[in-house]
Design a protein around this ligand. Sequence first.
Ligand code: NIG
Ligand code: FE
Length: 411
Amino acid sequence: VKIFIQNIAQLVAVPPGPVCGAGLSSPPIVENAALLIEDGRIAWFGPADQAPTGPFDRRIDAGGGTVVPGLVDCHTHVVFAGSREDEFEQRIRGASYIEILEAGGGILNSVRALRSARIDDLVAESRPRLERMLASGTTTIEAKSGYGLTPEDEIKTLRAIRRLDAETPVELVPTFLGAHTIPPEYAGRADAFLDTITDEAVLRTIRDEGLAEFADVFCERGAFSLGQSRRFLTACGEFGLTPKIHSEQITFTGGTKLAVELGAASADHLECIDDETIATLSDSETIPVVLPGCSFFLGSPPAPARRLIDAGLPVALATDVNPGSCTIESLPLIMSIAATLLKMTPLECLVACTANAAAAIRRADRIGAIAVGHQADLLILDISNVNRWAYQVGVNPIAKVIKRGEVVLQR
Ligand code: NIG
Ligand code: FE
């Protein structure tokens, strides 16, 4: 099947990730462009006056708008039960995120809710979130477990993620965050908890059913130490799960260096990263993932994204959507926050949410770019200049969302 997209004012030809340093600000932009999709893949793109001549099975008129790759949200906790607006208010009144966590609330409130939810409820509660994310341009979402913290409840979450992948147009990439925090029944006994969650039978089920591609750990005061993080990621690695890590979010723990040492796909958060660690990342394949929605939502200092980019790194951005530290589902809103708070230009934000986000989930050879042979995950925007997207904070210019060559959403 050949689908021809015509009448494109700007086509932002984001190259396959990782895109490093200064490259983030200068993806090629083709003015007056066209694009050909063949069997779900990008077959050609370029100036309209050089376009291949038909016959085509279908034509799509971009209406003088902009075409960009579908957005990739490479760090989310989007599959959860319940909500925590009471903590939101406690924090507004002065309590800190970590105080609430250490007092047995925070993540643990979501753990209680998830444990009592049936898989059908979990799927039903999460589906509208995915639909809203798709409507704001996100075509691929990494989704973590981590609110179950028993083998059964973690596997229940991973199975819910798999069902959502099958039942929605969004492509979901599953991550086993078995070490998100220490559940109350193991308070003060983190290592005994890790024994249960890295039990061979559990990891074998995850591997044999293909329930996760990545393993992730919250390396933080009040959660898991550096040694415990290493232990968890190593155990998961033996069953084929690629490491990821929540590092240097609230305190500096050295988790990012551990990520580099273990060949992690990404090190995420990085609010408290130092220059020495930035240098370590430069010599690695580990993608730094910055989550400015968290800083916005918690009112805490953001990661030094500008320093990371200026050090030549392939920075990615993600929502981190979750019920506690950031409820923002929209990557375009994250782009606006990154522009204003982190001083990233609109094009840097776009590359960080596409090519580099795809690299953070090891799919850069297939998604996150406009390149011949890549999956046709595309957005048609009702703006004639791509820079207007991040600039028009909270305004949704999406006219069409295309996933694997199919129009899955029209507005
Ligand atoms: O990425 N930091 C740990 N995990 C999440 C928050 C999870 C929650 O509060 O429910 C994060 O910020
Ligand atoms: Fe997170």
